[in-house]
Design a protein around this ligand. Structure first.
Ligand SMILES: Nc1nc2c(c(=O)[nH]1)N[C@H]1C(S)=C(S)[C@@H](COP(=O)(O)OP(=O)(O)OC[C@H]3O[C@@H](n4cnc5c(N)ncnc54)[C@H](O)[C@@H]3O)O[C@H]1N2
Ligand code: MOO
Length: 496
């Protein structure tokens, strides 16, 4: 946690947005997410609010309270990205990794872990396979259809009409019928096996029976019409889907139709969540300096949506010993910690990583919010993502480090990058990438307010996150967007 008064250099933008929030609340809170919030006269200026201070736009030399001098002058001092965990805070600022590079490093770390551990494919019942990647190609175990079948309700007919209609009623379901002879017809239902020697199916709306009971076609019937021939979709052994295909509801349907009970899939990466902080309550109202844990409820479903199996969520308080024990005994593929990433007196993540000899692959990212996030290799095939405690900063860490890492471990395809014009300007940080929640409206993305590092109000209303490069994005200008996992797929699809 952050002891009161120890962080004189806290990101000024946070205070600024909090002030706006206070003003809006006085205004009875009638603002929708896209609304413009009345501007207060802040005593501080933050990098995401320069619209209130137009002269501050694109002023890279302006002093930022949390920017080290080297960053301000754009010096790339990343150097080697592997190092142990005992560096000072200011050193960390210098070594912060650019945002896109951090994402690539996370994906590469997962690839290396996968190669090292040779994650064995698993056999998974269909009802547990949604969201997994196929670890083997899907080949047809049967012809599809597996017999000649009627595509319509009507009559199976043989030869030219008129036809004598068999008395035996309607063919439906799986019953096997006697072969038809020329000039003969039998009532048939959609999906029923057509009798041998059927030449076509005549739809019920295209046939009439005369007074003698003979069937006549009211329009021309082509041979083979409305018969789905055996093997029309595939033959036994045909390659249906490639290895690596994401198991969607449609894939489940196809697999079942093609005769599968289980699928061979890449196992979900196992993730353990360690929530740090003595100040956190798990129920009730905040009181006496204690606050509700927002990350414990948010992270497990989000991680599951990213393809993970969450094996445990443990609340460790600010206890270095407990953290040490948790890290040295965990059997997860990925440990996600929340809080404790900064250099405060009770921030135990770095010292503990140092103590256990973990290798820091990313130690700070040039992104706002969330810049103290980190990625460490605990063992050859085990990683740790340290999410900052501020809730939106934690989301930023999820999108930046956890998403590419889990996606790669789960062998899921990378989402196609896309851009949309922003409806309103989004003000960039002078040197870092900024992630801003947006809603998608028509062919525009509308930036949301309440995106201070400690706030989830904007994110909770968002469909996606806009990637705002240093310097910002003008109204109407395109920005890269990252979809939130539930925005396109829907809650049911992505969280089961
Ligand atoms: N001297 C410095 N102080 C800080 C820096 C810095 O560079 N130098 N960076 C600031 C930034 S940016 C962030 S982000 C935070 C990161 O802090 P930690 O990861 O160490 O997290 P904590 O200090 O434990 O908590 C920060 C904040 O978040 C609240 N929190 C923590 N966990 C939860 C949770 N599960 N649910 C809701 N809220 C949570 C916590 O109470 C604090 O308010 O550090 C800045 N400081
Ligand atoms: O304030 Mo911190 O930018 O990473 O949330």
């Amino acid at each position: 946690m952050t002891p009161r008064g120890t962080r004189a250099d806290e990101d000024a933008e946070d205070l600024d947005v909090e002030e706006v929030l206070a003003l809006v609340n006085e205004d009875n809170g009638h603002h929708t997410p896209g609304d413009h919030v009345p501007a207060p006269t802040p005593h501080t200026t933050g990098p995401d609010q320069p619209d209130r201070h137009p002269s501050n736009r694109h002023t890279p030399d302006r002093q930022q309270p949390d920017q080290p001098t080297s960053d301000r002058h754009g010096t790339d001092r990343r150097g080697a990205d592997r190092h142990t965990a005992d560096r000072s805070t200011s050193d960390r600022h210098h070594k912060a990794t650019p945002w896109s590079e951090a994402r690539e490093l996370a994906a590469r770390a997962a690839l290396a872990a996968t190669r090292a551990a040779g994650r064995a494919p698993v056999s998974v019942p269909l009802d547990a396979a949604l969201g997994l990647a196929l670890a083997a190609p899907l080949t047809a175990l049967t012809d599809l259809p597996s017999f000649d079948t009627s595509a319509m309700d009507g009559w199976a007919i043989a030869g030219p009409g008129p036809w004598d209609v068999r008395e035996e009623g309607v063919l439906a379901g799986h019953a096997e019928a006697e072969p038809l002879t020329d000039g003969e017809a039998v009532r048939i239902a959609t999906g029923a096996r057509v009798p041998p020697d059927t030449t076509a199916v005549l739809r019920s709306e295209h046939g009439r029976t005369d007074t003698k009971g003979q069937l006549h076609a009211t329009r021309e019937v082509q041979p083979g019409q409305d018969i789905r021939a055996r093997g029309q979709e595939c033959r036994i052994g045909d390659h249906l889907l490639a290895m690596g295909t994401l198991v969607t509801p449609a894939v489940l349907g196809l697999a079942a139709a093609a005769g599968y009970d289980t699928l061979t899939a890449v196992p979900r990466p196992r993730v353990e969540v360690l929530v740090l902080g003595d100040e956190l309550l798990t129920k009730g109202l905040p009181h006496d300096g204690l606050i509700r844990d927002a990350l414990g409820p948010m992270l497990p479903p989000w991680l599951r949506a990213l393809g993970a199996e969450v094996t445990a969520v443990r609340r460790l308080g600010d206890d270095a010993k407990a953290l040490h024990k948790a890290l040295t005994t965990s059997r997860a593929d990925l440990v996600v910690t929340t809080g404790g990433t900064a250099a405060g007196p009770v921030d135990h993540v770095h010292p503990t990583l140092h103590r256990i000899g973990a290798e820091l692959l990313v130690d700070g990212v040039k992104v706002r919010p969330g810049h103290p996030m980190l990625l460490a290799r605990l063992k050859e095939h085990q990683h740790l993502v340290g999410l900052p405690g501020n809730p939106l900063a934690a989301v930023s860490g999820l999108l930046t480090l956890a998403e590419p890492l889990l996606r790669t471990l789960a062998a899921r395809p990378a989402p196609e990058p896309y851009t949309l014009p922003l409806k309103d300007a989004a003000h960039g940080h002078p040197y870092d990438t900024r992630l801003i929640p947006v809603v998608l409206r028509g062919d525009h993305a509308v930036p949301l307010h309440y995106h201070g590092p400690a706030m989830l109000r904007g994110m909770a209303a968002a469909d996606a996150v806009a990637v705002v490069p240093p310097g910002g994005v003008r109204a109407g200008q395109e920005a890269e967007l990252l979809d939130l996992p539930w925005a396109l797929a829907g809650i049911e699809v992505c969280f089961t």
